[in-house]
Ligand binder design. Structure first.
Ligand code: HEM
Length: 299
């Protein structure tokens, strides 16, 4: 039985995962990447930031504090799910997986500081968070059903298109991270860039966005024709893609102003979550506890 508390907590987890991506972005965009010069302590002598570290120290330490808040949220959800862990092992394990990403990210974050924000390490620091947003979106969706597959599937080729949409989203995100690594916002004046050609890597990032939009529109047309439940998540995804694409082009042609990049970072989490929702909607789950023909799903 999924209580409202669990559902709200799942949404809080999704928002917090997106929030940590945004806060990491703010660290980078404000040049606060080495605001704490050390890890796990902020400075060799202090666990927390000190007045001498100034605003950059506050911003970088704020990001570290958010990671702790995320872990606390994960533990709270674990406690909320404890009683129902036998009925809903899927929710329990999904949350545990999200919780496990936090220490991994903390360590990669530490390596990021130790390597003076090496752009490849920064990219590696971003990827687990992007995955966590996807898992958190899946987690939220599971709180609206029993987790048990109805045995139905969206009509062909919609499930395949759902997988293509998710794969294209992953490609766009990966090339986005490389675009950032080639761009001006390194996070510190002491850091190097990845050496990729800025124009070409941005093109490589934007091209699959067009494929993603085409795949989404194609899916939407088919889903509408077949009156399938995928219509709604597809419309949401398309709106997000168009807004995110527009922000992407404007920020590119205006020299990546930090406010627009920050919006682009909110949009990327929204794109990942919406892509997961689209694919998930191709495999409906029962909303009633005892469904005939229900097929338990282990993923
Ligand atoms: C669905 C659409 C899109 C998604 C999901 C997306 C996602 C991303 C991601 C994940 C990053 C890396 C963020 C980081 O490392 O902090 C990024 C950066 C970037 N994106 Fe996109 N993007 C999209 C569309 C576009 C488009 C159409 C353009 C147009 C050229 C664009 C231009 C850029 C630029 C210039 C950066 C680097 C920003 C910087 O230097 O800080 N994006 N994007």
């Amino acid at each position: 039985m999924v209580t409202t508390k669990i559902r709200v907590a799942a949404w809080a987890m999704l928002i917090a995962q997106g929030g940590i991506i945004l806060s990491g972005g703010i660290v980078r965009l404000t040049g606060s990447g080495l605001g704490c010069t050390d890890w796990p302590k902020c400075t060799p002598d202090s666990l927390v930031t000190t007045p001498e570290m100034g605003i950059h120290g506050l911003i970088e330490f704020g990001n570290r504090t958010l990671a702790v808040a995320l872990a606390i949220l994960g533990v709270i959800i674990l406690l909320l799910l404890w009683k129902s862990r036998k009925q809903r092992p899927d929710l329990f394990w999904l949350n545990l997986g999200l919780l496990a990403i936090v220490p991994v990210q903390a360590i990669v974050g530490g390596i990021t500081v130790w390597t003076k924000l090496n752009p490849w390490v920064v990219a590696g620091h971003f990827v687990p968070s992007a995955i966590a947003v996807g898992v958190a979106a899946y987690f939220v969706r599971r709180t609206y059903d029993t987790g048990v597959r109805t045995g139905d599937k969206a009509p062909s080729p919609l499930p395949a298109l759902g997988w293509i949409i998710l794969a294209l989203t992953a490609i766009v995100v990966l090339f986005g991270v490389l675009t950032t690594g080639a761009g001006p916002h390194s996070g510190s004046t002491m850091s190097t860039r990845n050496g990729l050609d800025n124009v070409w890597i941005t093109r490589a990032h934007a091209f699959p966005v067009w494929l993603l939009i085409i795949a989404t529109i194609t899916s939407l047309v088919i889903a509408r024709k077949k009156h399938n439940v995928m219509v709604k998540p597809l419309i949401v995804l398309l709106i997000i893609e168009l807004a995110q694409g527009l922000i992407g082009y404007i920020q590119y042609f205006t020299g990546v102003p930090i406010v627009l990049v920050a919006f682009h970072m909110i949009g990327l989490s929204a794109t990942i979550a919406a892509s997961v929702a689209v694919l998930d909607s191709a495999y409906p789950r029962s909303t009633h506890a005892n469904t005939d023909h229900a097929v338990p799903v282990v993923r």
